[in-house]
Design a protein around this ligand. Structure first.
Ligand SMILES: [Zn+2]
Ligand SMILES: [Zn+2]
Length: 345
């Protein structure tokens, strides 16, 4: 038997005892090394759903996971027991039109760990053991810690968002929202050559981390609602904005503070909004979405392993899987937590 962190509905998260799963021929059994709590996990916890996906049956949460291979199905050849792996939470069908067009992340049949987008829901990785397809496992050889390796997933989200923004070399970039994704988007934008990065948030603790990560300007718009307006009147408008908070006022700020012909990328989950859309026309603003990631997962693992991107400043807590309910409380407090990593037992 093993521990698993199961969501039953809004505010109903339980640590339960479950059978250890058995891998199928092309699957691998993995012992959890670490699992990062994501904003979407917190939405399931607080609201019983995220965007249009609602919890309709008990589901093990968790899609930011890494661990050690302990058993392999008969047809597995690329990993073996003892290997340390980052686990891509997405399994694609490989044959639908989107998969064939090279956009597997938009696959109509995708199975994503700990997501209620399909029914029955796809179980996640916040359990002592879980199975994944061989194709989801990316083995590593360095001594990188599991909490860092589990950040490959949100980093992949950030790399894909930056790819959706187009080339950033020499550009002035606004990121709204300094949660884990916003901070990683800022990091990825810097890595992609942005000349100047500004980030906004309503809390000062994550903005202090942003400064540590090398973000040029941090603006607290709760303390000073005019901070962004003053900033652009001093320094001009932004070439690109990436909206990573999922808050409508932040998106309005993006529309009002980018240059003509700029691109705005919506990263945060948002289902409806009243927006100054006249600007899309008169300023020829491009407004594009970004969803999860594709090739960027393997790239994220490489960037973390090589140390070219360092996520350590983001990992504020390592807490036991057994205490997942308390850990979700900690992760919900933006004044103290950025990334909370669940570790066994
Ligand atoms: Zn995530
Ligand atoms: Zn597909």
């Amino acid at each position: 038997m093993m521990f698993a962190c199961v969501i039953h509905g809004a505010r109903d998260l339980r640590v339960e005892s479950r059978e250890i799963p058995t891998p199928q021929p092309k699957e691998v059994l993995i012992r959890l090394g670490a699992g990062g709590i994501c904003g979407s996990d917190l939405h399931y916890f607080h609201d019983g759903g995220v965007a249009d996906f609602r919890i309709r049956q008990p589901m093990i949460l968790g899609h930011e996971v890494a661990g050690e291979v302990v058993a392999c199905g008969a047809e597995v050849g690329s990993v073996k027991p003892g290997d340390r792996v980052a686990v891509n939470p997405a399994k694609y069908c490989g044959v639908c039109p989107q998969c064939r067009a090279g956009r597997a992340h938009l696959c109509s049949e995708v199975r994503f760990f700990g997501s209620a987008s399909r029914f029955p829901h796809v179980q996640g990785g916040f359990s002592e053991f879980f199975v994944a397809a061989e194709s989801q496992c990316v083995p590593v050889t360095s001594g990188i810690s599991y909490p860092e390796l589990a950040c490959a997933e949100p980093l992949a989200v950030a790399l894909h968002a930056v790819n959706q923004a187009g080339g950033l070399t020499g550009k002035s970039v606004l990121v709204t929202g300094a949660g884990p994704i916003g901070l990683l988007v800022a990091t990825a934008a810097k890595f992609a050559g942005a000349s100047e990065i500004t980030i906004t948030d309503r809390f000062s603790a994550p903005l202090a981390i942003a400064a540590k990560l090398g973000v040029d300007h941090t603006l607290n718009i709760a303390e000073r609602p005019e901070a962004l307006k003053e900033f652009i009147s001093d320094r001009g408008e932004f070439d690109v904005a990436l909206e990573a908070s999922g808050a409508v006022p932040a998106l309005v700020n993006c529309f009002e503070s980018v240059k003509p012909a700029a691109r705005i990328v919506q990263v945060g989950m948002l289902s409806s909004a009243q927006l100054p859309l006249g600007r899309i026309i008169s300023r020829e603003i491009e407004f594009v979405g970004t969803f999860r990631f594709n090739q960027e997962y393997a790239q994220a693992v490489k960037l973390l392993e090589s140390g070219r991107i360092n996520v350590q400043p983001l990992i504020t807590h390592r807490l036991p899987l057994k205490g997942a309910v308390e850990a979700f409380g900690v992760a919900s407090d933006r004044n103290q937590a950025i990334k909370v990593s669940l570790v066994p037992p």
